[in-house]
Design a protein around this ligand. Structure first.
Ligand SMILES: C[S@@+](CC[C@H](N)C(=O)[O-])C[C@H]1O[C@@H](n2cnc3c(N)ncnc32)[C@H](O)[C@@H]1O
Length: 256
């Protein structure tokens, strides 16, 4: 609460504990990225690594791993979890649109829609160019983003609706409402997420904005970034991407 007694709206990524409760690790996603880093001792970079859901298991498999993120709180939690598991990862603070790690990687990945925090087409292309500069010859770039569903986007009309719930060991059951709005020109969904328990209504509010990348624009953005889409799956079990897929799971390589 702020001094006036009102809950301050804050970004989700300044509260890593809340993030991990809201979005716990998805084992199918972890297995996919572990599988992509399948060789021995690969050099792996995750951009927008968050609290390390994917990168810590990848590093535990014996790969030299670097995780880059913009949010200090997420990186601090990632570091704490890696230390707890005795796993070595190099955590770097930085922006996925503009970074220079002065080395190359066999696998670079961006998981769990993290790419969608870049809203302008030029930001996404800038990120792809930075990825290409860091890819070793024969290296792969993988990422997952949701596939925009026009029915869901049309429903994002600013009305506050229940979205999900989870159990917080300290607070008990937490209900989450969201009141998002879709900006069609920007292709960005903007919303506030409201967290409540029976005794503490709206004890926390966080804002979240995510872009939609439509299926036909995705390969064009990659091309502008010097990358080529090699495979696009519709799910973690590598089924082909179709109109019914809820996600676009992409594997790319450098166009050079
Ligand atoms: C949805 S979380 C995904 C975290 C992690 N990849 C996972 O699979 O759990 C998005 C992450 O992207 C990070 N992020 C957002 N914009 C970024 C940027 N421009 N550069 C680097 N990281 C960014 C956020 O701080 C957050 O940790």
């Amino acid at each position: 609460m702020d001094p006036k007694g009102e809950t301050m709206e804050q970004e989700l990524y300044s509260d890593a504990r809340l993030y991990d409760l809201l979005f716990p690790a998805d084992e199918a996603a972890v297995d996919f990225y572990r599988g992509e880093a399948d060789g021995k001792g690969e050099r792996v970079l995750e951009l927008g690594c968050g609290t390390g859901h994917k990168l810590i298991p990848v590093a535990a498999d014996g790969h030299q791993s670097v995780g880059l993120d913009l949010a200090p709180d997420m990186l601090a939690e990632a570091q704490r979890k890696a230390n707890e598991r005795g796993v070595s990862v190099e955590w770097r603070h930085g922006d996925m649109r503009d970074f220079d790690l002065d080395r190359e990687f066999d696998l670079i990945f961006i998981a769990a829609n993290a790419l969608l925090h870049l809203h302008r087409a030029d930001d996404i292309v800038q990120c792809f160019r930075a990825v290409r500069r860091h890819l070793a010859p024969g290296g792969r770039f993988a990422f997952d983003v949701f596939s925009p569903n026009v029915r869901l986007l049309a429903g994002a009309d600013g009305t506050r609706r229940p979205r999900t719930s989870f159990t917080d060991p300290d607070r008990g059951v937490v209900r989450v409402d969201v009141d998002d709005t879709y900006d069609a020109a920007a292709q960005v969904t903007r919303g506030t997420w409201y967290f409540s328990t029976d005794s503490e209504p709206d004890f926390q509010k966080v804002s979240l904005e995510v872009r939609s990348i439509f299926p036909q624009e995705l390969p064009v953005l990659l091309e502008r970034g010097g990358l080529r889409l090699v495979e696009r799956f519709g799910d973690w079990d590598r089924v082909p991407f179709t109109s019914d897929s809820s996600m676009q799971l992409c594997v790319c390589e450098s166009d050079a």
